[in-house]
Design a protein around this ligand. Structure first.
Ligand code: ADP
Ligand code: MG
Length: 391
């Protein structure tokens, strides 16, 4: 791209946790610095745009639009980014029809999702967004599995390219598409968004180690009593399908640390997986499972890890996640981690630099596996690029 002196509209994923007006985790901000610095060197004006949270959920809860705007403004992110970059980042209170400040090289626009047209991939809205720049760059890997205006249709209106973060994510995650074998996956955590990837992994992986709420769901689907443990009713039938697809590749916990309530100070005991007492809940994998999972992982040449193996946020139920994470860190293999909470666990246990890659995308990294790399926003970029080459 001919970039010198251009206005570059960069879609970033600054959907970060904010508490009391402060950014709690700036990993996603820091991940976009290579692209921003590169554009600064090329004397570009950089216009950043992002979504934050789900304004429409707040409206459903009965909040007014003004309240939603107050709660989900990106203003605190502009302040945090100014500190990281060491230059003043201008903040603009809207994302379309804006007066661009003249004295800032870097500007952040207000939350894209304050317009419902964003999630509807609306053509007119995408066009209005495109008026903010001369060139479009997608550096929002975490939003690239969405078919939204700012990552998809916008590519019809501007010369379009990928930023360095998207490039890096694609390069690293592609290692999972034709993995060096043996290929093991750890799929755990609580969210049901892992089912699609599990189906793909059932074919690709040599082993799939299950833990977390997901394991409870599988055990219950197999007819095992899981006491008061959390599970996800809606993934029952999918769990059965995956059991028949993956067969012996699937590994389940053999023991659990169970608690009498969801609390770090609960009474605990270690029990066999098929012997969870009524009223008790499984909150972590037990010591036998930790040892057997290490044994399953030791020869792997490629490992994908999505989802904490227990309630790692509570010290007493963090052992499974920490020990498997540390063991993974010591392995001589390609080690790729996806998922917001898994990333948080990696940071808590200081394991980031022992992994090959920690993805900034949760849902996006899972869908990358499920769709063999063909995420909607990446397909849109590719299409725009091919079209530009033809012209
Ligand atoms: P990610 O964000 O990495 O995709 P998820 O959102 O699916 O991961 O799941 C993370 C959450 O799962 C964590 O907050 C963790 O406390 C919870 N979790 C893991 N194991 C259990 C369990 N056995 N019971 C209840 N919650 C669990
Ligand atoms: Mg999560």
């Amino acid at each position: 791209m001919e970039l010198e002196g251009k206005k570059v509209l960069v879609r970033v994923d600054y959907n970060v946790p904010i508490k009391n007006g402060m950014v709690e985790d700036d990993t996603r901000l820091r991940a976009t610095i290579p692209t921003i610095n590169y554009l600064l060197e090329k004397n570009c004006k950089i216009i950043l745009m992002s979504h934050l949270g789900r304004p429409k959920d707040l409206l459903k809860e009965g909040k007014s639009f003004e309240e939603a705007k107050k709660e989900l403004t990106l203003r605190p992110v502009a302040e945090d980014l100014s500190e990281i970059l060491g230059i003043d980042v201008g903040f603009v209170g809207d994302c379309i029809n804006v007066d661009m400040p003249n004295d800032n090289d870097v500007v952040l626009l207000e939350n894209l999702r304050f317009y419902e047209e964003e999630e509807k991939n609306d053509m007119e809205f995408a066009k209005k967004l495109s008026l903010n720049g001369d060139i479009y760059a997608n550096d929002a890997f975490g939003a690239s599995h969405r078919e939204h205006a700012s990552v998809s249709t916008i590519t019809k209106f501007l010369p379009s390219c990928a930023g360095f973060l998207v490039e890096k994510e694609v390069k690293e995650l592609s290692k999972l598409l034709n993995p060096e074998k043996p290929f093991a996956a750890i799929v755990a955590g609580a969210k049901a968004d892992k089912i699609g990837a599990l189906k793909a992994l059932a074919k690709k992986a040599d082993k799939i180690l299950i833990a977390g709420v997901l394991a409870n769901t599988f055990l219950k689907a197999k007819g095992i009593d899981i006491g008061a443990s959390k599970f996800d009713e809606e993934t029952f039938s999918a769990a059965k399908e995956i059991i028949s697809l993956a067969g012996d590749k699937l590994k389940f916990p053999v023991d659990y640390v169970v608690a009498d309530k969801f609390d770090n100070n609960a009474s605990t005991q270690t029990v066999a997986a098929d012997n969870i007492p009524k009223e008790w809940m499984a909150l972590d994998i037990g010591p036998e499972t930790i040892e057997s999972y290490k044994d399953e992982l030791k020869d792997a040449k490629t490992v994908f890890w999505a989802g904490p193996l227990g309630v790692f946020e509570m010290e007493n139920f963090s052992h499974g996640t920490r020990e498997i994470g540390e063991f993974l860190g010591s392995l001589n293999a390609v080690k790729i981690v996806g998922g917001g909470d898994t990333g948080a666990a990696i940071n808590t246990f200081n394991l980031a630099d022992k992994m090959t890659h920690v993805s900034t995308g949760g849902g996006a990294s899972l869908e990358f596996i499920e769709k063999e790399g063909r995420l909607p926003a990446l397909v849109a970029l590719e299409r725009a690029y091919k079209k530009a080459k033809e012209e």
